[in-house]
Design a protein around this ligand. Structure first.
Ligand code: UDP
Length: 380
């Protein structure tokens, strides 16, 4: 094919980069499609170490973050800055991942420029507009704008069929996060990072914790950290490692609440390979993160989800995740069950990962090539 087909990946956050990476890398090895990357800068501080460790230089680097910016101002910056990246890239297809502001703004612009959109991680739903906020509404809107939908699971496909998306445009591929965690763990090959000051006693089992969801801020986060403090005090034989999301709205409150507890280590966010090591070696993970719910089951680490609902209910059904809510009694109940009931712990550890088999990027790449070839045979 004489035509140089270009796919523009638009992303701005750590989880988007981690999840598009396996597809982006595979496209780099094909001659059929040239991948270009636009980093909006939405996670200004979190992204650069990840780009570095993955060896990626974005083709387009935007700078959309302003001090104390609200969600609407972020959207305005995205609409102000994305068009020139689109005009310079002149892509044949726009590829977006998930449900961030960067993904939605890119989808709206692509739609206005009449560019077809492929959506990775399509079809996740809680059907609750307030949780996750604003991602549930962002992803529902992205679905209406996208042409092709790469769903991680059959359930996600069903969600899209219920929204009248054409069956022939939906592909169940698995989540690329599973490709990423499996490949990274394999590449670690047993490597242990020496993370200074992480734990006083390295023989102690530890819980790994991350919390960042916007809808948890305020009272729910207070209840979660109170529960953790109570649990940590009652169980000094465990250590608690907590990489803090840089969002000042949550990190200061967490430091105030947990900073002086002896068996807690509050640390800065880690590069992905080191974080994978920590997930693999943890006794269990306590989190409100989406990506971690998908990754940890491939490392046989049980996950306690401190949210009121999850769009990843396949993991609850499979048994690798437990939904603990955000109330003290339900959180403590789940944590105590995990440390006191060996059979329950083992069942969680051994549960099947329903989010993918590590081959999602192969499938998505094959579909993209097929799509591009068909597009040239018959313009859309
Ligand atoms: N992660 C990381 N370092 C850290 C914490 C998380 O590399 O210190 C990775 C994690 O493995 C997962 C992603 O970041 O791939 C999750 O990001 P986050 O929880 O911020 O977003 P969500 O998945 O909820 O959208």
């Amino acid at each position: 094919m004489g035509h140089d087909n270009k796919a523009l990946f638009c992303c701005g956050s750590r989880p988007e980069l981690i999840k598009i990476y396996p597809v982006y890398r595979q496209l780099q090895t094909t001659t059929k499609i040239t991948p270009l990357l636009c980093n909006t800068g939405q996670h200004r501080d979190l992204m650069p170490p990840h780009l570095d460790s993955l060896g990626i230089t974005p083709d387009f680097q935007l700078n959309v973050m302003r001090k104390e910016q609200c969600l609407d101002q972020l959207m305005a910056q995205l609409f102000a800055q994305l068009p020139s990246a689109f005009d310079n890239a002149r892509p044949d297809i726009v590829i977006i991942q998930g449900d961030t502001a960067s993904a939605l703004a890119s989808a709206i612009l692509a739609y206005k420029k009449n560019l077809p959109i492929a959506h990775i991680e399509a079809g996740l739903r809680t059907h609750d507009k307030s949780s996750p906020f604003p991602e549930e509404i962002y992803r529902q809107n992205i679905t209406t704008l996208a042409k092709w939908h790469f769903c991680p699971t059959e359930k996600a496909r069903q969600n899209l069929l219920n929204e009248n998306i054409a069956e022939e445009n939906i592909f169940v591929t698995g989540n690329t996060s599973v490709d990423m965690v499996k490949n990274t763990y394999k590449e670690l090959n047993g490597e242990i990072f020496d993370l200074p000051l992480l734990r006083q006693d390295k023989t102690k089992p530890y819980f790994l914790i991350t919390l960042h969801r916007r809808e948890s801020q305020g009272a729910p986060l207070m209840r979660i950290t109170n529960s953790l403090l109570n649990f940590a005090k009652n169980n000094p034989e465990f250590h608690f490692i907590f990489p803090l999301h840089p969002n000042p709205a949550t990190s200061q409150m967490i430091k105030d609440q947990l900073g002086t507890q002896k068996n807690f280590s509050l640390i800065t966010p880690l590069p992905y390979p080191q974080f994978v090591r920590l997930m693999a070696d943890a006794f269990a993970i306590i989190t409100d993160s989406g990506g971690i719910q998908e990754e940890a089951p491939s490392l046989n680490t049980p996950v306690i989800v401190v949210r009121n609902n999850t769009e990843r209910s396949e993991g609850i059904e499979s048994g690798c995740l437990r939904l603990a809510g955000t109330k003290k009694d339900t959180i403590l109940q789940e944590l105590n069950l995990l440390i006191n009931d060996k059979a329950h712990y083992k069942r969680m550890q051994q549960a099947h990962n329903p989010f993918g088999d590590g081959q999602a990027a192969n499938r998505i790449t094959a579909h993209l090539i097929d799509i591009i070839e068909k597009t040239h045979a018959k313009p859309i």
